[in-house]
Design a protein around this ligand. Structure first.
Ligand code: ADP
Ligand code: MG
Length: 306
């Protein structure tokens, strides 16, 4: 078999292709993939075919060179292959295994939207969850996980996790969200007191409506640490009330975690507004929605912080 430079040599001179191109043709000749490809297809490829496809060999070798040097290619994550199609050499790009794995991990990650919670929650896993003493809530979380997947378009009640500081409420919510993301479902997990602060500051920028929209429409919503701040009437009725009303109407899964029991949430958080006035009826309306959306569980156990 004639060598590539022999085949292309005359052509190169005739066309006065640049020295850079000539170098690449020389490199193509050295490339084991190119030589193997030409060897495999020597009966199908004429000299003219190879001359016509020189630019493709150039593209192939150049791309591989960039990859080997760790440079950015025009198709990141893809690897080139030579193929033959009707006497033309073509370069086909296929995603690498690492790229596909990485892409899938990114997609899973994107399904969990975390608002104002520590990044570490991204690593929470149901498999790592230590259920000791907390079998009941762990079972409830697993039940939701299974039932929801069987019928994601039907209404499934979420959980209201009540328990003291550090018993692992946020951890369990995060682990559940990550597990659901693996199965293709999206969760928004919000640190509720920080969300309240964000909402207040959004008034001046007129983005309140937008913020509420993005939260209320989440496929699965988890409101973490509800009751940890002080509630204003506006926030209770026009923000929390609106979100819960929507989720009730649309029957969207909603979770809560709190240091307060449902009774305490009603009396200590929702009833008294920031001006110190009692608004028990307004509080009752919110409570109805919470009870509709979630089953109440008491999380016990030791403080796991540190
Ligand atoms: P809470 O939200 O109830 O205040 P966290 O979920 O923040 O508690 O948990 C407190 C700490 O304990 C965190 O650092 C968390 O990662 C860890 N943790 C909680 N539950 C578990 C568990 N079941 N297995 C392993 N680590 C846990
Ligand atoms: Mg927490």
């Amino acid at each position: 078999m004639e060598s590539l430079s022999e085949i292309l040599g005359k052509q190169l001179k005739d066309n006065q292709w640049g020295p850079r191109y000539q170098k690449l043709i020389a490199a193509a000749e050295q490339d084991p993939d190119v030589t193997e490809f030409l060897r495999q297809h020597q009966t199908e490829l004429t000299k003219e075919d190879i001359i016509r496809s020189a630019s493709k060999l150039y593209e192939f070798v150049n791309f591989k060179k960039k990859l080997a040097a760790g440079g950015k290619t025009f198709m990141p994550g893809y690897y080139p292959y030579l193929t033959l199609s009707n006497h033309h050499i073509e370069v086909t790009y296929t995603p690498t295994k690492e790229y596909l794995t990485q892409k899938k991990a990114q997609e899973v990650k994107n399904r969990v939207k975390i608002i104002s919670l520590p990044k570490s929650i991204r690593h929470a896993q149901l498999a790592d969850y230590d259920p000791e003493g907390r079998e009941e809530i762990f079972d409830a979380a697993l039940r939701f996980f299974q039932e929801f997947q069987k019928n994601p378009h039907e209404f499934h009640k979420g959980l209201y996790l009540e328990g003291s500081f550090g018993v692992g409420k946020t951890y369990l919510l995060g682990a559940l969200a990550n597990a659901l993301a693996e199965k293709g479902y999206s969760t928004t997990l919000v640190h509720f007191p920080s969300f309240a602060v964000k909402m207040k500051s959004s008034i001046s920028s007129n983005s309140t409506g937008e913020l509420i929209e993005s939260i209320k429409k989440a496929q699965i919503l988890m409101l973490d640490d509800i009751g940890a701040d002080q509630m204003s009437s506006w926030f209770r009725d026009d923000v929390l009330g609106v979100i819960l009303q929507y989720r009730m109407q649309e029957e969207l899964p909603t979770f809560f975690s709190s240091n307060l029991s449902l009774r305490q949430l009603e009396d200590e958080y929702l009833t008294v507004n920031s001006r110190g006035e009692a608004e028990p009826l307004k509080a009752k309306r919110i409570m109805e929605r919470i009870r509709f959306l979630a089953d109440d569980y008491h999380v016990v156990g030791r403080n796991r912080r540190n």
